[in-house]
Design a protein around this ligand. Structure first.
Ligand SMILES: [Zn+2]
Length: 255
């Protein structure tokens, strides 16, 4: 059912949420746009103007690593100051009430954690851009340290303990999907009796697999996205409205 208007969408979502025991949200860029995080893949998005740096190039070339970090710091104004939006707050409310065991996300902006969902309950399919790790020894480095090195030397740093390359915690084009995150995303999806896809076009693999997996497993499926998706036909509810506005009524204050 495609909701004819937002009031209907909210009322129907309320019924589905009340009926559900286990709600698993799956989020994409659309939930964060009201927080000032650009949707990289959208028309006019960064990745339509700038060719992404492939993982193999990052490994092969110091210049690619330098450019990668230069771009990351150029985006810091968006990422550094971003606060959770209404969508994040609503999902954190469901989590606090015990209605939702956690969230699966394509986003790299750390805003689900910032909204109060414990890190171990945020499954990040594309990693996280708010910190860095050594690709060889997995030591975590904070961005201000990387930035200080970068600004002093003009180069991307190597790991002080092992000499490996230091990269943001994101999954780049050409980089393997994180196996543990994929496994946990599947487990969460299979545990759901209500699966809510929010702000994702559900086109990029593996995002496309989860709504179908949930539905085949007997869950109800809700899709909240401005644009139509390929899964609208099998969804129990489709809301093509503003994400923050649809989810705002589900925000409750922490006790
Ligand atoms: Zn290292």
């Amino acid at each position: 059912m495609i909701a004819p208007d937002m009031t209907t969408a909210i009322a129907r979502l309320r019924e589905l949420a009340d009926d559900a025991r286990v709600i698993v949200p799956f989020t994409g860029a659309g939930i964060s746009t009201e927080c000032g995080i650009p949707d990289f893949r959208s028309p006019g998005g960064i990745w339509t103007k700038m060719r992404p740096i492939d993982f193999s190039d990052f490994l092969a070339s110091q210049e690619a690593r330098d450019e990668s970090w230069r771009r990351r710091f150029a985006m810091e104004e968006s990422f550094g100051g971003a606060k959770p939006g209404r969508g994040h707050q609503a999902l954190a409310s469901l989590y606090r009430k015990g209605k939702s065991p956690g969230v699966v996300t394509q986003n790299i902006d750390n805003l689900h954690q910032a909204s109060g969902i414990a890190s171990e309950h945020v499954v990040e399919l594309h990693g996280n851009t708010t910190y860095a790790t050594c690709l060889d020894c997995a030591t975590r480095y904070e961005l201000p340290w990387v930035r200080q090195f970068f600004e002093a030397s003009g180069r991307a740093p190597s790991c002080p303990s092992c000499g490996g390359h230091i990269k943001t915690g994101t999954i780049s084009f050409g980089q393997a999907m994180p196996e543990a995150a994929m496994r946990r995303a599947e487990e969460l999806t299979r545990s759901a009796d209500l699966f809510i896809a929010i702000g994702s076009s559900l086109v990029v693999w593996p995002a496309a697999g989860f709504p179908l997996m949930a539905k085949r497993n007997g869950a109800r499926l809700v899709i909240i996205n401005r644009e139509p998706t390929d899964f609208d036909d099998i969804a129990d509810l489709v809301a093509r409205h503003d994400i923050g506005a649809v989810l705002e009524p589900f925000i409750s204050k922490p006790n």
